[in-house]
Design a protein around this ligand. Sequence first.
Ligand code: ADP
Ligand code: MG
Length: 278
Amino acid sequence: MASRALPEAPPEIDSELSGVVREATPHRDPPPTPARLALWVENVTVSFAGFKALDDITLEIKKGELRCIIGPNGAGKTTLMDVITGRTRPTAGAVYLESRDHEISALPEWRIARMGVGRKFQRPTVFFGHTVLENLELAQAGNKGVFANLFGRARGRERIDEALVTIGLTDLRDQRAGVLSHGHKQWLEIGMLLVQDPKVLLVDEPVAGMSQQEMEKTAELLSSLAGERTVVVVEHDMEFVRRIAQKVTVLHEGRVLAEGPLQRMQEDPRVIEVYLGS
Ligand code: ADP
Ligand code: MG
C-alpha cells in the first residue's frame, strides 16, 4: 500500500487575485503538523519474526477525542497500545504526539510517559496495602519533574483532590486499596493516571469484570475526561462502546478494517463478518 500523506493545510487564497488559488509553497522538511491532532500513528508495521501484528496502520486522533478501538482477538489492539507507549518498537512507521517535532516512537517508555501519555492496564496495579490517598501520592511522585518544586507540590496536592472528586473516591480516601470493590480499584487506577496530568490516556478493557452499574459509571467517567484530555479505549463490551463512543476504529489482522461512528460500523458488512457477527 502506498504511504499515505497526512492532511495538508488548504492552499492560500491570494487576496489581490481573489479567487485564484496560489500554488502551495513546497513543503520544507519536516512537513507541517496536522492541526489539533493529539496523537497520530503513521504507517506503522510491527513484525514478530516475519508475522505482522500491525500492518501499515495509520490512525489520527484529535485532541479531546474519545476513541474506541475494537476488534477480534489477535487483531493487534494490545500491540498498538504497546507501540504508542514505547513498549514495542515499530518495524516501520512512526508515532507522533501533538507535533511533527515529537516523534515518540523513537523514545524510551519512561520519556513517553513523562511527555503525557498515560496507560491503564487491564489488571489494576494499585498498592493494596496503601490507602487510596497514598496510592495517588505515590503515582504522582513516580512522575518526577512535573510536581517537583514547592509550587509544583501545591499544584500536585490540588490535582489529587480533583482526581478524588473525578473518580468519586473522596469519601474513601483513607480506605486501604486492598478492600475496595473491583470497580473502585479500576477508578483508583484511572485517578493514579490523572494525578500525573496526562494529555493522552490509553485504557485497556476498563469494564472487564464490572457490574452493569460500575460499567455505566465508568462510561460516564471516561466521557467526562474527554474534551480536556484525549482518551483512547480498547474494549470488547459493546454496550459500553455504545454508551461512550464517538468514533470507533475496527482493527482486524493488524489493519484498520473500518472507522467511523459506531452505528455505521455495526451496519458495515465487513465489520459484521469479522467481529460483530461472531
Ligand atoms: P489483540 O490485543 O487485538 O488481541 P495482540 O496485539 O495481542 O492482539 O496480538 C496481535 C497478534 O500479534 C497476535 O496474533 C499475537 O499472537 C501476535 N503477537 C503479539 N505479541 C507478540 C510477540 N511478542 N511475539 C510474537 N507474536 C506476537
Ligand atoms: Mg489484547
